[in-house]
Ligand binder design. Structure first.
Ligand code: GDP
Ligand code: ZN
Length: 295
């Protein structure tokens, strides 16, 4: 099968998943395997990218990546070089379980900063609420994030009614499910799409050796939008960013900062800082840790 550049024009070719040197591409409701040209302009391509395809002989060839509207990026290596994980998503759904594994607010906060940095909306999904858990602590956490402005849903990923609330929240957008492993991302993905996540699935035609992949995968939703499961993303470090961008990722800190005595206050114990006391201590602690990492 071959897809000419004309057919791929008009941003119709979307990367579903990348697996080493190949990618699954959705074109006009069909999926096909394509080869990725190394060092492609605008690349490397990731799930959600709009790409340009040309006839590559046996398989179509990805030769260009369109400018991204949004991008979820992580930091790679000790210098945390920015690396795209998902492109052109609208909203990051940060998934955390009320227990097993325990909630890690700093990880939630890192994803929220990454969402803001990548120009996406964000919401928090608290799963496993069907298991015995500390109600008061979970209610406090939910209230904390709602108070900042993030939508928060709490329920069981196995409960179809909860899945429908998540679907309503997505509302036809492209949503990235992000969070620690074991929190219910694949369970939600399955509930929303009916598609099983296949970890370590052999992808592509495996001509160039068997290539297993746990890369993010974009799955369309009936009625519009899509879900991107990042289940294979094991750790999540923020990319390097400016302090102003970090502050923007903490909207309540950015708001309180208007009251700081000095412009450019780092809210790190500085004189006349209005943030301390106005912001939840755990959020401030998260911010300060990320700030220290910028240095
Ligand atoms: P992922 O690693 O984030 O994709 O998490 P999974 O969807 O694979 O879920 C990890 C385990 O937790 C599986 O055994 C799921 O069946 C279970 N699980 C996920 N969500 C819930 C939930 O809301 N309630 C309960 N009781 N179990 C859940
Ligand atoms: Zn301050």
């Amino acid at each position: 099968m071959s897809v000419g550049p004309r057919e791929a024009a008009g941003n119709q070719a979307v990367v579903v998943r990348v697996a080493g040197p190949t990618a699954t591409i959705a074109v006009d409701g069909r999926e096909l395997e394509a080869r990725l040209r190394p060092r492609v302009p605008g690349g490397p391509a990731v799930a959600g990218d709009r790409v340009e395809l040309v006839d590559g002989g046996e398989e179509p060839l990805v030769v260009g990546v369109a400018p991204r509207r949004t991008v979820l990026r992580r930091g790679d290596g000790h210098d945390r070089r920015p690396r795209a994980v998902v492109a052109n998503a609208d909203v990051v759904l940060v998934v955390a379980a009320v227990r097993d594994p325990p909630i890690r607010p700093p990880l939630i906060d890192r994803y929220l900063v990454a969402a803001e940095d990548g120009d996406m909306d964000a919401a928090l999904l608290l799963t496993k609420a069907d298991l015995p858990h500390e109600d008061a602590a979970v209610a406090e956490l939910a209230g904390r994030y709602r108070g900042i402005g993030y939508p928060v849903l709490c329920g069981s990923a196995k409960d179809p009614a909860f899945v429908e609330r998540v679907r309503d929240l997505i509302g036809g957008r492209v949503a990235v499910l992000a969070g620690h492993s074991g929190v219910g991302k694949s369970t939600l993905t399955r509930g929303l799409t009916g598609v099983e996540r296949a970890v370590g699935e052999v992808s592509g035609k495996a001509r160039t050796g068997r290539h297993t992949t746990t890369d993010p995968r974009l799955i369309p939703l009936i009625g519009g939008g899509a879900v991107v499961d990042t289940a294979g993303v094991r750790t999540f470090h923020l990319p390097r960013m400016e302090r102003a961008d970090l502050e923007a990722g903490f909207p309540e800190i950015a708001r309180a900062a208007h009251g700081c005595r000095f412009r450019g206050c780092a809210h790190d114990g500085d004189a006349g800082c209005a943030v301390e006391g106005a912001v939840h201590p755990e959020r401030l602690e998260s911010y300060r840790r990320m700030l220290a990492d910028l240095r």
